[in-house]
Design a protein around this ligand. Structure first.
Ligand SMILES: NC(=O)C1=CN([C@@H]2O[C@H](COP(=O)(O)OP(=O)(O)OC[C@H]3O[C@@H](n4cnc5c(N)ncnc54)[C@H](OP(=O)(O)O)[C@@H]3O)[C@@H](O)[C@H]2O)C=CC1
Ligand SMILES: CC(C)(CO)C(=O)C(=O)O
Length: 334
């Protein structure tokens, strides 16, 4: 299976290196210093298992130079997705698959469901992503790992190798099993899910509060959860999202406190959004927070705590130039 990674950063490099080290030909659509590093050194991953190095099949900033692929793994941050969607389309072979390995509500999440005939403006403004990447080419994914890029093209793996993949509409398929086998072979703890939407919503349930709260405060996850007032606020926002999930076929059986106990086990993690603040990169607020508010609005669930979190994180980002001034000009603006 020919694989191309779009977005060879912390997660893209983690997936790309492990796949390439397992003998899979893995190309990269990358740019700038990351592109130079990949061309010079190939795929590089450092972690508790020691350094892993593997050749990159090809690396370029132009899809035309890379050809077509059976599997295109997209691991950009949410704000970059609309810009790379046409490139993803150009990299995908006829019948090829697209696996977005990203946090938050994906653009395909509500597609085709009653009440969601119009695409989510927060994650797919104008429906351009959905138009470029047909729903029937998508496999949903959830990444349970923590990685960083200490320098362009070099990934540091901190913890976790969990991946969940599945058909957006649920159920089993031969193609999901085939991609699952490939990733399992590359050393990931791989689950092929019957209901990947549920898994996406469950992961989001944590990121939705932990990432923006860590971004605003600069606190690692252990410190976010150690403050009783902050913890209670996060729980209240999570209760709202759980009520939204119950309306869209993604019920959550746990309490927010149950989930905090699991998150606390991760220890002093700098969330990917806190890493973005550190590096001066755009914040993924639309996929992690605005989209939940937009879905809540469509199903009629009030979200006062989530609204407050969105407002604070958005203002924090705007003041630092990490969120555009016109962000969420649509249904989540107010
Ligand atoms: N890091 C983590 O621990 C975890 C992250 N996630 C999620 O995974 C996703 C990816 O995150 P992460 O890997 O941390 O992000 P990074 O910022 O480390 O990587 C994103 C990569 O995408 C590249 N990119 C962006 N736009 C383009 C473009 N137009 N052409 C080519 N390359 C481009 C960036 O390049 P450049 O540097 O040039 O901008 C960067 O290399 C996010 O949704 C995140 O929330 C999920 C679980 C854990
Ligand atoms: C915090 C973590 C590693 C797991 O929830 C994550 O998903 C992120 O940093 O975005």
């Amino acid at each position: 299976m020919k694989v191309c990674i779009v977005g060879a950063g912390a997660i893209g490099g983690f997936l790309g290196t492990r796949l390439a080290a397992a003998g899979v030909p893995v190309a990269a659509l990358a740019r700038g210093a990351t592109l130079q590093a990949l061309r010079h050194h190939g795929w590089r991953l450092d972690g508790a298992d020691g350094p892993l190095r593997a050749p990159v099949a090809a690396a370029a900033d132009d899809p035309a130079a890379l050809g077509r692929h059976d599997l295109v793994i997209v691991a950009v941050k949410g704000p970059a997705l609309a810009a790379v969607a046409p490139q993803v389309a150009a990299l995908r072979a006829d019948g090829g698959l697209v696996l977005p390995a990203m946090n938050g509500v994906p653009w395909w999440f509500c597609a085709g469901r009653p009440g969601f005939e119009a695409p989510l403006a927060s994650v797919d403004p104008g429906g351009r992503i959905g138009a470029a990447i047909p729903l029937d080419s998508v496999l949903g994914a959830v990444v349970h790992a923590s990685t960083t890029t200490p320098e362009p093209g070099l990934v540091a793996h901190r913890m976790g190798r969990g991946l969940i993949i599945g058909e957006p509409s649920g159920g089993r398929s031969a193609r999901a099993e085939a991609v699952g086998a490939l990733l399992r072979e590359a050393g990931f703890e791989l689950t092929v899910s019957d209901d990947v939407r549920q898994d996406v919503w469950y992961k989001l349930w944590g990121n939705m509060t932990m990432n923006p709260v860590s971004a605003i405060t600069g606190a690692t996850l252990d410190r976010v959860l150690a403050d009783p007032l902050v913890r209670r606020f996060c729980s209240a926002a999570m209760d709202e999202a759980a009520a939204v999930g119950a309306r869209i076929g993604c019920p959550i059986a746990q309490s927010a406190e149950d989930r905090h106990a699991l998150t606390a086990r991760l220890g002093p993690i700098r969330t990917s959004m806190l890493q973005d603040v550190d590096a001066g990169r755009p914040l993924e607020l639309d996929a992690l927070v605005a989209a939940v508010r937009e879905i809540a609005g469509r199903v009629g669930v009030p979200t006062p705590n989530l609204d407050a979190l969105h407002g604070l994180a958005r203002l924090f980002g705007r003041v630092r130039g990490l969120v555009p001034e016109d962000a969420a000009a649509g249904p989540t603006a107010a």
